[in-house]
Design a protein around this ligand. Structure first.
Ligand SMILES: [Zn+2]
Length: 399
């Protein structure tokens, strides 16, 4: 089932994707590139543009996109992994593999909080975070890059703990508020310590997601000042509208919209960010696994929902799940740029869509058909088992 093959088993690789019908860049300022070909060597993008201008010789793998669109691989900014490709939350195996079939090539942990018996003492939570970071960097379920090892802050932690975590390779905090620290003042101090040592932070926003979690309102969010306002549309239960608008207006932190949140609140946040001319703050997550289960198509569904109901061009909505997240999270993927990771999704309008092409179909709210996924220059899936069939079917040659 799941395996962990990676680019870089020693052999040099060269991937050429040709006959691209539409190249989405992931960058808000220039979301569509004038290109029909991408070249990637040893897992990194080395060129893109018109085929005649590129060195496409000696490819080890060639993909004929057959007119499909190519997007940077989608990034889920908010997941709760536990171990490998297993989640105890709904007792499922293979949930990450299912997400790969939804175009997800990178996931970011907001805390490994579903781990049965998760330690809450300080030594234990540090050990758990470091172990999670190690496990997911050593093992990529089906090739998906899972950035994990995200400790949830608890009362009693001191600056030295954050220094120690950072030195051990921890780069993320889990959602503030899922542990004992639920007050703005303590959260602000610990988030500042984390930031000082290069650890990014996020927070649980809204009412409790499940019995045992608590309310985090706008005052706590603003006081804590995390890098990302985690599920600003609520982890199922959203804050009142005026508080959401206030969070958009009174700080410049990331506005994360999740599939497992309140969709009306997601649209309100999007509208407010648009009015503020700050769409670069909008990023997407699923918050899966959760009480709502796992959503293999969660991110692509959010793209279609926000584009169709939020009146945002589809090529912009794709940026929310690619370049925006990559820039905010300091990832080396998510954008079509030379030197970036060769993580791609090949997709098109689904068969029998009323849309005339991919972008039109998404703007009508349809879920695109995914024809292939690529991570670090290696083809990971052919036709998705989870999306509707794509109108065009890419073909693979070589290897
Ligand atoms: Zn949460």
């Amino acid at each position: 089932m799941s395996h962990d093959a990676r680019a870089g088993d020693g052999k040099p690789t060269k991937l050429v994707i040709r006959n691209i019908g539409l190249l989405l860049s992931g960058a808000l300022e220039n979301p569509i590139l004038d290109a029909d070909t991408i070249v990637a060597e040893n897992g990194r993008i080395t060129g893109f543009g018109k085929a005649k201008d590129l060195d496409t010789d000696k490819a080890t793998t060639t993909i004929d996109a057959k007119g499909s669109a190519v997007s940077p691989g989608l990034i889920d900014s908010h997941v709760h992994p536990v171990a490998g490709d297993w989640t105890p939350r709904q007792n499922q195996l293979g949930w990450i593999d299912s997400n790969l079939h939804g175009g997800i090539t990178t996931m970011i942990s907001a805390g490994e909080v579903h781990t049965p018996g998760r330690p809450r003492d300080i030594v234990g939570l540090k050990a758990h975070a470091i172990t999670s970071q190690r496990m997911f960097s050593a093992f990529r379920p089906s090739g998906v890059k899972v950035h994990a090892g995200a400790p949830v802050i608890e009362h009693g932690m001191v600056e030295e703990d954050f220094k120690e975590l950072a030195a051990a390779g921890v780069k993320l905090l889990g959602e503030v508020g899922l542990g004992s620290v639920k007050d703005g003042e303590t959260a602000r101090q610990m988030v500042a310590w984390a930031r000082k040592y290069g650890i990014q932070s996020t927070i649980h926003t809204g009412g409790p997601s499940i019995p045992g979690s608590g309310l985090i309102d706008k005052d706590v969010v603003l006081a804590a000042d995390t890098d990302i306002i985690g599920h600003v549309n609520g982890g199922h239960t959203a804050l009142p509208d005026d508080q959401i608008v206030c969070l958009c207006e009174q700080c410049h932190r990331g506005l994360e919209l999740v599939h497992n949140g309140n969709e009306r609140a997601a649209l309100l946040t999007l509208r407010t960010a648009k009015e503020l001319n700050q769409l670069e703050r909008v990023i997407l997550g699923t918050d899966a696994p959760a009480g709502s289960g796992v959503q293999p198509l969660g991110i692509i569904r959010m793209i279609a929902m926000l584009s169709s109901l939020g009146d945002v061009p589809a090529e912009i909505a794709f940026c929310f799940a690619t370049g925006n997240t990559a820039r905010m999270r300091d990832l080396d993927c998510g954008l079509i740029e030379v030197g970036r990771a060769a993580d791609f999704v090949l997709l098109d309008k689904p068969q029998h869509s009323a849309g005339k092409d991919l972008l039109h179909a998404v703007q009508l709210g349809d879920i695109p058909g995914i024809g292939m996924t690529v991570i670090d220059g290696i083809v990971r899936t052919h036709r998705s088992r989870n999306t509707p069939p794509s109108n065009t079917m890419p073909e693979l040659f070589g290897e």
